[in-house]
Design a protein around this ligand. Structure first.
Ligand SMILES: [Ca+2]
Ligand SMILES: [Ca+2]
Ligand SMILES: [Ca+2]
Ligand SMILES: [Ca+2]
Length: 312
């Protein structure tokens, strides 16, 4: 039947060559989104790049007017243009927001950036970003986020082998991913992770070893156990000191507690208890709400990296 195969190949090739990529309009064509990077900056010379990105290029300039709110004041605590212009034919444009140094002990301050108006395109839903200015006149404040949690690794073959050690284990492949949002390194020595059961007994599921320092913007991943194998985006990777994070698929809570005993972060699994066989991740990373990982990726999880696989 070889002749049939030979007959089919040219037809398939013709079909592909006749299909231009610009035949298909993206669903966000004519819409503009806003992002900020990084989302935490130091008062001491820090800056963040605000980017307006179109879903498709436009034939006229697109002008995005920004509105700043929050407890940081424009012109006093930071400086930024209130306008981003995307020239016609370009997909995006950016401005830089810069922190203003002072000697006032005001604590960390927050800037909310919203789109006040858009000319030449349409705001893609509600676009807003939040930027924190870290005061360098007071001791560094804790500023980490839980970005991804896998409490229900898939038991289908090795689909759930999140720690990459070549075997699936419900207890070992569970993980939690943190990101240090601070512009300063943080020493997590003696910090603890508890689930609900262990918080009652006082024995942590994980006691962070001495000397665990997470650099600014970098990720920290704790697996239940096993032998984590891979690069994990260069994240600091540990396995739980108890051998089990023991995150139940329903009705459990994960607590992140400082060495001094203060509960700093909580992740409540209950609202997300639908046995997804994949992780829940913030989307967009860091700033978004928790969503199932595969909604935004071909992967079921991304320990140590952003959803798209790039490093923090
Ligand atoms: Ca200062
Ligand atoms: Ca200050
Ligand atoms: Ca494994
Ligand atoms: Ca991730």
């Amino acid at each position: 039947m070889n002749h049939k195969i030979f007959a089919l190949i040219p037809l398939a090739a013709l079909a592909f060559s006749g299909c231009k990529t610009d035949d298909v309009e993206p669903i966000n064509a004519g819409k503009v989104a806003l992002s900020a990077d990084p989302v935490t900056i130091s008062e001491d010379g820090g800056s963040s790049v605000l980017t307006a990105t179109l879903g498709s290029v436009m034939e006229e300039d697109v002008v995005v007017m920004l509105a700043f709110s929050g407890d940081a004041e424009s012109g006093k605590d930071f400086n930024a243009d209130a306008q981003i212009t995307i020239p016609k034919g370009q997909i995006s444009s950016k401005i830089t927001l810069t922190a203003v140094q002072d000697t006032i002990k005001e604590g960390n301050e927050t800037i909310q950036v919203d789109m006040q108006s858009v000319t030449g395109a349409e705001e893609d839903g509600v676009q807003k970003v939040e930027i924190v200015i870290e005061d360098d006149d007071v001791p560094a404040q804790f500023n980490m986020v839980i970005n991804e949690v896998l409490y229900d690794p898939s038991n289908n073959g090795l689909d759930g082998d999140a720690n990459g050690d070549g075997s699936y284990s419900q207890a070992e492949d569970e993980f939690v991913e943190f990101v240090n949002l601070s512009s300063q390194a943080i020493d997590l020595s003696g910090y603890k992770i508890f689930d609900t059961e262990n918080s009652l007994t006082g024995t942590p599921n994980h006691l962070v070893p001495n000397g665990t320092i997470i650099q600014p913007g970098k990720a920290f991943v704790v697996f239940g156990g096993g032998t984590p194998t891979g690069t994990f985006g260069g994240a600091t990777v540990q396995t739980s000191t108890s051998g089990d994070l023991n995150l139940n698929n329903a009705g459990d809570e994960l607590l992140f507690v400082s060495a001094a005993g203060d509960t700093l972060l909580r992740f409540n699994i209950e609202p997300l208890s639908n046995n997804p066989n994949e992780s829940y991740t913030r989307y967009p990373d860091i700033t978004g709400d928790f969503e199932q990982h595969s909604a935004h990726s071909t992967k079921l999880f991304s320990p140590g990296t952003k959803v798209d696989g790039t490093a923090f």
